[in-house]
Write a new protein. Structure first.
Length: 227
């Protein structure tokens, strides 16, 4: 289903953390290609390196060794300012605990992402409302996060990630704060966006019911991809 155009490539990537004198090899010798319009679930036990890997895919963190290419760009070589711009244009992130701003309405939470990308345009609010409508939140545009269910909050967070029209959306356990049924609805919504808007997705999950629905999974064990 996915077009085989390479979006992100890991070449022999290692990620090592140091805790005092203790050395933790969180990712070892990772080779990975993410193609355009992929829909990838990263699975594996706690501590296997899922978050470490996603933090590299989103360029929140840097590899200790090896190279990560985005198209032809070696992001490591960009200046800090350019990395920020690059991330804001290309990447959307969805968090486990939604990370919405509590004093902002659903619409304002989404519009803020546009404002960060493009400045304060008067269309920001209108565009945000349109997208929230599309994602089934038309009756909750003015609600603050506290007045939304977990599934509704995650829909707002998806809208916020999507509004800037990113090439890839990255999500670390986007369903773990939700009950299993709502979690599956959120994954279904992500899949629908993947198919209709051609956005690439990579996310981690523990939920076996979700794993069964995803064609392409990457299993990590002790920081290595299971072959
Ligand atoms: N900032 C850090 N400093 C030191 N060690 C870390 C750090 N982040 C992660 N680790 C270690 O790296 C390894 C991989 O952790 P990671 O968080 O990537 O696993 P995970 O698969 O996301 O686990 P979980 O399912 O519990 O979220 C673990 O041994 C963890 O303790
Ligand atoms: Mg994790």
């Amino acid at each position: 289903m996915s077009e085989d155009k390479k979006l992100i490539e890991f070449q022999k990537v290692n990620k090592t953390y140091f805790l005092g004198t203790q050395k933790i090899e969180a990712l070892k010798d990772i080779d990975l290609t993410i193609n355009n319009q992929d829909f990838i679930a990263i699975i594996g036990p706690s501590g296997s390196g899922k978050s470490s890997m996603l933090n590299l895919v989103s360029f929140i963190d840097e590899p200790s060794e090896g190279k990560i290419l985005y198209g032809d760009i070696n992001v490591e070589n960009l200046k800090d300012k350019d990395i920020a711009q690059f991330r804001s244009n290309k990447i959307g992130i969805i968090f486990q605990n939604f990370n919405l701003i509590p004093v902002f309405s659903a619409t304002e939470n989404v519009a803020l992402a546009l404002q960060i990308q493009n400045g304060n345009n008067k269309e920001n609010i209108e565009k945000s409302k349109e997208l929230l409508n599309e994602l089934g939140l038309g009756n909750h545009l003015n609600h603050r996060p506290n007045y939304l269910s977990g599934g509704q909050k995650q829909r707002v967070a998806i809208a916020r990630a999507l509004i800037t029209n990113p090439e890839i959306i990255i999500a670390d356990e986007p369903t773990s704060a939700l009950d299993s049924k709502t979690g599956i609805e959120i994954i279904d919504l992500m899949k629908k966006i993947n198919e209709t808007k051609k956005t690439t997705f990579i996310f981690s999950t523990h939920d076996p019911r979700i794993i069964n629905q995803v064609e392409k999974t990457i299993e990590l064990i002790d920081g290595q991809i299971k072959k």
